[in-house]
Write a protein that binds this ligand. Structure first.
Ligand SMILES: Nc1ncnc2c1ncn2[C@@H]1O[C@H](COP(=O)(O)OP(=O)(O)OP(=O)(O)O)[C@@H](O)[C@H]1O
Ligand SMILES: [Mg+2]
Length: 351
């Protein structure tokens, strides 16, 4: 432990704006559901004569975070709507488990909101015993400033409205979230906030996103929709891609090493010969940025925990905080390692 702390101390502190340090909101967690959350047996869905899904089966279990992937028009939104119960099945059976409460977040969810209401008042109406201070910190977490909270929902920009609708949903989450492109219109910081809240969420999530990084960080399973079928891949998006290429997790690591090595080699070649995909570079830069912010947040949290540990309350609470501190330090270590690796790749592709 001590050596770890020393190691972390050596790493340069990342400065974050002071207002971000103070923001803290504990997201309420939903009532748990039964182990099997949703089960499809022989499900087909057609709009008129247009068949979107045929003979689909799968089970979603408590705690799963399922990413739906597939080309435009494959049927991702359709599947979400079937799960939400807003579209009827054409054939087959859909069983939901004990105590399952689905909550459907549509792409245009904000249209459901009262445009005349001010954000803070609107939140108060669904607050469930939260104080104004807590609601303000929730809005703060979702990047709304002190003054913003009095804005009418109707005047918000597309991205702001989406962000607000997500914050509102997470204030009172049900245990089966169905999110159709929740990252749309969100900038990097907001995406990160959403990602973190969903990572901490103890319920079950099915989501559609075209954001590779978001899928990779969040998904515990990938459902690929193609040609009317749904294929289930366990693991995150990276695992899914490797499996698609017919690789095992072992070859996956080897492939990665080869890619990194060849990237390093190509960096030494003359600029004419080098082919750096600018899109890939941007993705890497985005990833590095997100990781850097995540690290900064962890550092802030660690500092708070360390400070809290100075004042003794009870053995139990001290132990709890020590455990949390250990966990956060490990997370920080991992985040920084990942950040270093990605930053290196960025450097290499820029040279
Ligand atoms: N209400 C509807 N009536 C008729 N056809 C529909 C309806 N809704 C969707 N479709 C069709 O069903 C297919 C699947 O649509 P869906 O919206 O589920 O695709 P998607 O995978 O979500 O695509 P995207 O990535 O573009 O959001 C498309 O061909 C679409 O045109
Ligand atoms: Mg869609």
């Amino acid at each position: 432990m001590q050596s770890r702390i020393k190691e972390l101390d050596k790493i340069e502190r990342i400065e974050i704006p002071p207002d971000e340090k103070t923001i803290h909101f504990t997201f309420p967690q939903p009532k748990p559901s039964g182990r099997v959350v949703a089960e499809f047996t022989g499900v087909a869905k057609a709009y008129g004569s247009h068949v979107v899904l045929r003979d689909v089966q799968f089970a979603i279990e408590r705690g799963d975070r399922v990413a739906l992937v597939g080309v435009n028009g494959a049927g991702k939104s359709t599947l979400i709507k079937l799960l939400a119960g807003t579209e009827p099945l054409t054939r087959g059976q859909y069983r939901t488990g004990h105590n399952v409460q689905p909550d459907y977040f549509a792409q245009d969810q904000y249209k459901e909101l009262d445009g005349d209401a001010r954000m803070l008042d609107d939140l108060m109406s669904v607050a469930n015993g939260k104080t104004v201070t807590e609601l303000r910190s929730l809005l703060g977490c979702f990047l709304f400033s002190e003054d913003d909270v009095f804005k009418q929902i109707g005047v918000l920009s597309g991205g702001e409205r989406n962000r607000y609708a997500l914050a509102r949903m997470l204030l009172n989450p049900s245990n089966f979230l169905l999110l159709d492109e929740p990252t749309n219109h969100l900038d990097l910081r907001a995406k990160d906030v959403l990602l973190e809240s969903l990572q901490e969420f103890t319920g079950t999530v099915v989501f559609v996103s075209h954001d590779r990084y978001f899928i990779d960080k969040l998904a515990t399973k990938v459902f690929e929709i193609a040609g009317g079928g749904v294929e289930v891949f366990p693991g995150n998006y990276e695992d899914y891609l490797y499996r698609k290429q017919g690789g095992s997790p072992v070859t996956a690591v080897q492939e990665e090493e080869t890619t990194t090595a060849s990237a390093a080699e190509s960096a030494q070649e003359s600029s004419k010969q080098r082919r750096v995909n600018p899109l890939k570079l941007r993705q890497l830069e985005d990833q590095a940025g997100s990781l850097e912010k995540a690290a900064a947040r962890l550092e802030a949290e660690i500092a708070t925990l360390e400070e809290r540990l100075q004042s003794f309350v009870s053995v139990e609470e001290t132990q709890q905080q020590m455990d949390l501190l250990t966990q956060r330090r490990l997370e920080l270590e991992r985040t920084l390692a990942e950040w270093e690796e990605i930053s290196m790749q960025v450097e290499e592709s820029r040279q």
